[in-house]
Write a protein that binds this ligand. Structure first.
Ligand code: SF4
Length: 244
């Protein structure tokens, strides 16, 4: 466990909804735009006090499911019902901890709190297993220019095909992204799940990375709309508000 805290969803079509975030530690990818630090896997988890967002405590790792579930319930009970729309399970890559994700998904289902799963999208078996417990799955499509390496796009398409939840497909756009590679990737993804919501997310400027110029963003939007019916361009809104 990395941390459990309450905030608002800052990305994608659910932007702005209040969620409890369960962030698991560790990732097997190395995206050039990654903004998630990779601390010692055995470092304590950070738990935000649901009654005071400025107060955090620590818990030993590995954190048992029952302790995580209790903190989620506490977050839910401490605030008005409308202050918690759903639970975002995120990372790192949460699906590296598949047993935990499955167990947490069942707990959330039993307490009636919808699960919003965020994954890099490169683990089709795990997505097939967890997605029946999720209301939404938000998966990425990585591009060669944002990974610095060739990308097995078919693997992401396989994940999309096997997802059993409402699917959101997100592509992070940097100034280095080429329109041809974007077009190629979106064609494959649309063949896999034409009904997905496609989110183009201009990168938040960091470590020398910049989003594409405005005119290129608009061309990329048209390009995406040629493949998907539901296309949005949404930046990372939580960054604008300095929220976790
Ligand atoms: S998949 Fe996510 S957590 Fe992993 S390296 Fe990429 S951006 Fe970072």
């Amino acid at each position: 466990m990395s941390e459990i805290f309450c905030s608002v969803q800052g990305e994608g079509p659910l932007v702005g909804v209040p969620q409890v975030f369960v962030r698991l530690r560790g990732c097997d990818l190395d995206c050039l735009y990654c903004d998630t630090p990779a601390p010692d896997p055995y470092a304590p988890a950070r738990l935000q006090d649901p009654r005071d967002p400025e107060v955090w405590t620590e818990a030993d790792n590995p954190m048992p499911l029952v302790a995580a579930a209790a903190h989620i319930q506490l977050s839910r009970c401490a605030r008005p019902p409308a202050a918690l729309h759903s639970c975002a399970l995120t990372g790192g890559e949460p699906l590296l901890h598949l047993d935990f994700c499955l167990a947490l998904g069942e707990v959330l289902q039993s307490i009636g709190l919808p699960l919003y799963l965020e994954t890099a999208g490169h683990m089709p078996d795990a997505v097939e297993a967890v997605s029946p417990l999720a209301a939404w799955v938000s998966m990425d499509v990585k591009l060669p220019s944002t990974m610095g390496t060739p990308v097995p796009i078919e693997r992401f398409a396989e994940t999309a095909r096997r997802c059993r939840a409402e699917l959101i497909v997100k592509v992070v756009l940097t100034a280095q992204v080429g329109e041809r590679e974007l077009d190629d990737a979106l064609r494959v993804m649309a063949e896999a799940r034409h009904d997905a919501t496609l989110v183009l997310q201009p990168v938040t400027a960091m470590r020398g990375l910049e989003p594409p110029a405005p005119a290129r963003l608009l061309r990329m939007l048209d390009l995406a709309a040629a493949h998907f019916h539901d296309v949005r361009m949404i930046p990372q809104c939580h960054r604008l508000l300095h929220l976790p």
